[in-house]
Design a binder for this molecule. Structure first.
Ligand SMILES: C[S@@+](CC[C@H](N)C(=O)[O-])C[C@H]1O[C@@H](n2cnc3c(N)ncnc32)[C@H](O)[C@@H]1O
Length: 427
């Protein structure tokens, strides 16, 4: 009997491991564009667990210069709360609304897509600014989707359309809704997790709530999807280290990965946020870290963030979403991206500024052609034409950050970065 249960456990373990490994390989490369997307230049990547992406408009390049900012949109101040005192009311304050409206400038009859509906803060702002605008509300989280459906009831039929799905699934959904490529006036991305996702006591996003380690934004819509619990209990030290290092940018990723694997041997399985936070705490001497701005953050924050990004395939999703946005916008239509993490911001930046993902530095066209000559590459006029063709025209060169007043009122906004670009007519 004992042997039978051991065998069953093992069989479960192996099937789980298989699913995660499959996820690992599907997550790390940039996903192939769907047929409806015009992203033939998206190259795929290395096969193994090599998180470095080498392709135009891909995700990460280690040589990219960026600062490690406050990489979490969760309130980092650590205040452990029990499950009992968790309130689950809807509260999510939209970020940089004034700037979003200024850039989108909604006009009567115009069509917008809010790719990250959340609690609908930005959608509501668009509709308040122009009650005759139309909005398609997308979110992968069934809870956010239900809020969108509720909101749609207060508007004329067809004015607020709702979609449950992730960015990479939107082409199919938009097709079903009758939205055609090249017909949209403005698209908004406000990426990352919402306050509701952090605040719900059973989702596993938050360090300050003890709950099962889940972290799936889709909430099990796909029964095969991988949870944070699967990841921490089945991946090797090396794989965990790479995830924590790449997505959490934690300099002691190796020690954390070792501690997780050792804890698995001792505990059997890590199942809750509290258990994982404690395992990570033991790696650090100081339990509270301070960032460059002297703000408190729990030592496990970066690992939690890394797991969330990995579980939800967030960076590939943004990359994919921006291709969808490009395809669906009218020439002259505008795309706005708000992000809370330097890796996310880099994807918006690289798309909008037409920077190749594997470029060491942000080279000018002149520098690029000089380099080609220096490397005795054929001076190919067609190639130069492709380089010169801009897909996006950035609204401003620099990233926009929230004003001090907004940060004081809504501390969650403090690490937000906004970029916007217009779809070029020169295509
Ligand atoms: C920061 S919140 C957006 C908040 C919203 N702008 C508001 O004002 O209420 C991010 C939302 O985007 C959703 N999301 C994140 N990645 C997504 C993806 N790849 N596809 C669809 N929705 C996504 C999350 O489920 C979450 O609800």
């Amino acid at each position: 009997m004992a042997l039978r249960s051991w065998c069953m456990k093992k069989a479960f373990s192996y099937s789980c491991l298989f699913t995660i490994r499959r996820h690992l390989f599907s997550v790390l490369p940039i996903q192939k564009p769907s047929k409806t997307q015009t992203c033939c230049h998206v190259k795929t990547v290395s096969g193994k667990l090599n998180l470095q992406i080498t392709g135009h408009n891909g995700i990460c390049s280690d040589s990219d210069v960026h600062h490690i900012s406050d990489n979490s949109d969760e309130d980092l101040s650590y205040s452990p709360r029990s499950v009992e005192d968790s309130s689950e009311e809807i509260k999510h304050v939209p970020v940089m609304v004034k700037k979003v409206l200024e850039v989108l400038n909604p006009q009567q009859g115009q069509l917008f897509i809010d790719m990250t509906f959340g609690a609908g803060g930005h959608t509501k702002a668009i509709l308040t600014e122009n009650p005759e605008a139309r909005v398609v509300c997308v979110d992968r989280d069934p809870l956010a989707f239900s809020y969108a459906q509720e909101l749609a009831k207060s508007y004329k039929p067809g004015q607020v359309l709702t979609c449950l799905g992730k960015f990479s699934e939107t082409p199919q959904i938009l097709y079903q809704l009758g939205i055609t490529p090249g017909s949209v006036d403005g698209i908004l991305f406000d990426v990352g997790a919402s306050s509701m996702q952090y605040d719900q006591s059973n989702r596993g996003f938050s360090l300050s709530r003890d709950s099962p380690l889940d972290m799936r934004m889709d909430q099990g819509r796909d029964p095969d999807s991988v949870t944070a619990m699967d990841v921490v209990n089945h991946l090797s030290v090396q794989e965990l280290r790479d995830i924590i290092k790449k997505y959490g940018e934690d300099h002691i990723a190796n020690q954390i990965a070792h501690a997780i694997v050792e804890a698995r041997y001792v505990m059997g399985k890590i199942t809750t946020t509290k258990q994982l936070a404690e395992v990570i705490e033991n790696v650090f001497e100081e339990k509270i870290l301070r960032d460059k701005l002297n703000r408190k953050s729990h030592v496990a924050t970066r690992t939690f963030q890394a797991l969330r990004i990995f579980v939800n395939n967030e960076l590939n999703e943004i990359n994919n979403g921006l291709e969808v946005a490009y395809h669906y916008l009218k020439p002259g239509g505008v795309c706005v991206g708000i992000s809370f993490h330097s890796l996310e911001d880099r994807i918006f930046k690289r798309h909008f500024h037409g920077i190749e993902m594997d470029e060491a530095k942000n080279l000018s066209v002149k520098q690029k052609s000089r380099m080609m000559r220096d490397h005795h590459q054929k001076y190919d006029k067609e190639l130069i034409k492709i380089i010169l063709k801009k897909r996006w025209i950035p609204v401003s060169k620099k990233v926009t950050t929230p004003e001090e007043e907004e940060v004081l009122e809504n501390p969650r906004s403090r690490s937000a970065k906004l970029r916007a670009a217009i779809k070029s007519a020169d295509v």
